[in-house]
Design a protein around this ligand. Structure first.
Ligand SMILES: [Ca+2]
Ligand SMILES: [Ca+2]
Ligand SMILES: [Ca+2]
Length: 268
């Protein structure tokens, strides 16, 4: 009952919406009735359950250097995936990326990681783990932010404060149909912004479009109508991995999430 009462106090940031599902990450352990663990081996890292914890009212994803390498990877990332699937509504997190410490003293901070708050259909196994980002069922992938700490192939995307916001449309054959808005217009270059501080990131998904938000302001719009594209139900992912476009010499880092909240439109 306490949860229901506290949930009622959370007012929707968008008019005509109300809170439908949330996790404030205020406990001492991840609520595994709500979340599964991401445990894949992808790009430059393996993702591990033990890198996920709750501390000081936030979800913590620890990002570690592995010496010696494990399963061929010298870094371990982390992620959680909602057991519930969602569709139209407003999705929001409050997040702080990186530990702000230049652990390897090379004058770059928290290099080597790719942070993301995103939504895509997932397959959860009997161990409560998600071990692939390539499930055959995926059609819609909404990336509220894809945030590289650095990008070795594209100087435009380089840096924690530059990130992309888009929907990726997947065909039944597993191939990408395309992205909306189209690259490079999906790139958000955030002057005077510091993703290493707490910020609010969200997206509103309707039958017509997806509107992306940072700190309450609309930053990108994807024209994504249901009469043209398949809209499937989506699990929510909060993840960080060492991606192929990150530098291979990762340093210790982390990501923190104060909450995840999902709001639906009021019914009149
Ligand atoms: Ca460094
Ligand atoms: Ca660091
Ligand atoms: Ca919290």
């Amino acid at each position: 009952m306490a949860l229901a009462c506290s949930a009622k106090k959370i007012k929707s940031p968008l008019p005509e919406y109300q809170l439908a599902w949330n996790d404030e990450f205020n406990g001492s352990n991840l609520d595994t009735s709500k979340w599964a663990y991401r445990t894949d081996n992808k790009h430059r890292s393996i993702q591990r359950k033990e890198n996920v914890s709750l501390s000081n009212g936030a979800l913590v994803l620890d990002l570690k250097v592995l010496k010696p390498a494990v399963q061929g990877k010298n870094a371990s990332g982390a992620g959680i995936v909602s057991k519930r699937r969602f569709k139209y509504g407003y999705y929001e997190v409050r997040a702080k990326l990186g530990d702000g410490i230049d652990d390897d003293k090379d004058k770059k901070t928290d290099e080597g990681w790719h942070h993301s708050f995103w939504a895509m259909a997932a397959v959860i196994d009997e161990k409560n783990e998600v071990n692939t980002t390539y499930p055959g069922i995926r059609r819609t992938e909404i990336d509220c932010f894809e945030n590289p700490t650095e990008h070795i192939h594209d100087p435009e995307q380089d840096g924690l404060n530059n990130f992309t916001q888009h929907v990726i449309i997947w065909n039944e054959n597993g191939k990408e149909w395309g992205r909306l808005p189209k690259p490079p217009t999906d790139l958000l270059k955030n002057k005077n912004f510091n993703a290493g501080k707490w910020h609010i990131y969200g997206f509103e998904w309707t039958e017509k479009e997806i509107r992306f938000f940072v700190d309450g302001k609309v930053t990108k719009i994807a024209d994504y109508p249901a009469d043209k594209f398949v809209h499937d139900e989506l699990n929510v992912w909060l993840t960080a991995i060492a991606a192929n476009w990150n530098r291979p010499d990762q340093e210790k880092s982390l990501a923190q999430y104060d909450y995840f909240r999902f709001y639906i439109k009021n019914k009149f």
